[in-house]
Design a protein around this ligand. Structure first.
Ligand SMILES: Cc1ncc(COP(=O)(O)O)c(C=O)c1O
Length: 491
């Protein structure tokens, strides 16, 4: 049966200049709302073109697209028909299966170690709706030199003409690895060569690759408490047993590792800026940790994520630079200094692990994307990165001071903050009977992204505190929002 196509969508008016798209959409809508039923044969392209007074080429283009997308199919020597199952139905089926509740996922045969990731992922997905202010972990995005970056990307793309297809090393673009190597030697006191550098898609991938390369189920790993939840979840998802090590004013309590958890294969630490409390690991504890790792042949993962956000003093030398025996796997990231969507970071791995980590990277995603690596190499080589770091440090310090002043003036009866000489968030200790939940509920009313400290605690704590990110906002904005929050909290 040949359908009268004009009867199927009598009000079809194809907009001028968009005939192909208009016809495509009209046919697709008619299929989706059932005016064109499954297995219906379409008129020939010539007949359709005549009926609609449009060119046959436009009809052919629209039909071809619908064939490619699976709305239509052809039967040889017969014609073109509406498909039995259209892609939107498939998408709908997939969407509804994604909504399977978490406690049903055993029935789906999912790796039970994914529990560690899934519960936290769901919590995070709920809380990460767009909020206005005080994001934790976001740097000074307003200071990023967008135009310059655009020029460097264009230049990188132009020069790529000669380089595409020649980019084979899973460790990344060599000039970038060389530029990073020089930079971290001079600014962080690292002891390395460019062969040890592996470009990754941020610290999260560095942790992932480390777990992939080193851990077997039930291996023990030590981690700070409170600490970086992503590291905890990733290690658990590899079946590792995670030993939680508390911090005090000298940073992670290394004696707990050497006395009680000496069987651990790996220690994750952020010695220059503990997350989320911000302490620095004392020199004595750095040496104690290195001594233990050397004598017991253990690995240390050094997360140096915030080391460039340091105000006042010169950055403290990285643990990797003190390591004489190559037991430290170092990780640095650009996501804070550049912008959160910029997913590049790097690892500096011991020489003995270069091959293992190259293979781990290769079998994860072959290598990180080329274009941004080339632009970043130019950005560092031409001195823009160092300049940007200086500018960000100065602004961040002013923003931190504005936050401290605003809290002391308007919220001092509820929150106590201590200045720190590093980082991009402050810890606010809650006073009196304020619970984290009460405080966060008030923040949500104002769309503030302030987070409870308990989010980063695996062990229940009685000390109530919140994390307030300040790097992404101008001082005036910070002051206004703290005033507004004070009014709401004191109502
Ligand atoms: C402790 C810690 N390390 C590293 C990072 C950065 O991770 P990435 O480089 O994957 O963005 C974060 C992010 O907020 C963090 O909190």
């Amino acid at each position: 049966m040949v359908t009268s196509i004009s009867a199927s969508f009598p009000h079809l008016i194809l907009p001028k200049g968009q005939i192909k798209d208009g016809l495509y959409s009209a046919l697709r809508d008619a299929i989706l709302d059932g005016r064109l039923k499954a297995s219906t044969k379409l008129p020939s392209s010539r007949a359709l073109a005549e009926m609609m007074s449009i060119s046959r080429n436009s009809v052919l283009a629209a039909i071809e697209r619908l064939l490619d997308e699976g709305y239509l199919f052809t039967k040889p020597s017969s014609g073109t028909y509406v498909a039995e199952v259209v892609p939107d139905q498939l998408i709908h089926i997939q969407e509804s299966s994604e909504k399977t509740p978490i406690n049903h996922h055993h029935a789906l045969n999912i790796n039970p170690n994914m529990d560690a990731l899934l519960s936290s992922w769901r919590e995070q997905a709920c809380s990460s709706q767009k909020k206005r202010m005080f994001h934790v972990g976001v740097g000074c995005i307003d200071l990023f030199p967008h135009q310059l970056w655009g020029k460097l990307l264009t230049r990188a793309w132009r020069q790529s003409y000669y380089q595409l297809g020649q980019f084979h090393d899973p460790r990344g673009y060599l000039p970038l690895r060389q530029a990073i190597c020089e930079y971290v030697q001079s600014t962080r006191g690292l002891n390395c060569n460019e062969q040890q550098i592996i470009i990754v898609n941020g610290t999260q991938q560095a942790i992932h690759l480390t777990a992939y390369a080193l851990l077997q189920a039930n291996d023990e790993v030590c981690l700070d408490e409170p600490g970086y939840d992503a590291a905890f979840n990733i290690f658990r998802s590899f079946g590792a047993q995670v030993n939680l090590i508390e911090s005090d004013e000298e940073g992670m309590q290394i004696s707990k590792i050497t006395d009680y958890y000496s069987k651990s294969k790996l220690v994750y630490t952020a010695p220059s800026h503990q997350f989320p409390l911000g302490e620095t690991l004392s020199l004595a504890r750095r040496f104690a940790l290195l001594d233990w790792a050397n004598s017991q042949e253990k690995w240390i993962f050094e997360d140096d994520y915030n080391s460039e956000f340091r105000y006042g003093t010169h950055p403290i030398q990285a643990l990797q630079g003190l390591d004489q025996q190559q037991r430290v796997i170092y990780s640095g990231t650009f996501t804070k200094m550049m912008f959160p969507e910029f997913r590049l970071g790097f690892m500096v791995v011991p020489e003995a692990l270069i091959e293992t980590f190259s293979a781990a990277k290769y079998y994860t995603d072959v290598r990180s994307s080329y274009l941004e690596q080339v632009a970043l190499a130019l950005f560092i080589q031409q001195g823009h990165y160092a300049r940007h770091v200086r500018k960000v440090r100065k602004a961040c310090y002013e923003r931190q001071q504005a936050l401290i002043k605003a809290i002391n003036e308007h919220l001092s009866d509820i929150v106590e903050v201590q200045p720190t000489d590093s980082g991009i968030h402050l810890i606010g200790w809650l006073k009196g009977t304020w619970s984290e939940q009460d405080f966060i509920n008030h923040c949500s009313a104002l769309d503030l992204a302030i987070q409870p400290l308990s989010r980063y605690c695996q062990i229940t704590t009685t000390k109530a505190a919140v994390l307030i990110g300040y790097a992404a906002h101008q001082p005036e904005e910070i002051i206004e929002n703290i005033k507004e929050l004070a009014l709401i909290l004191k109502k």
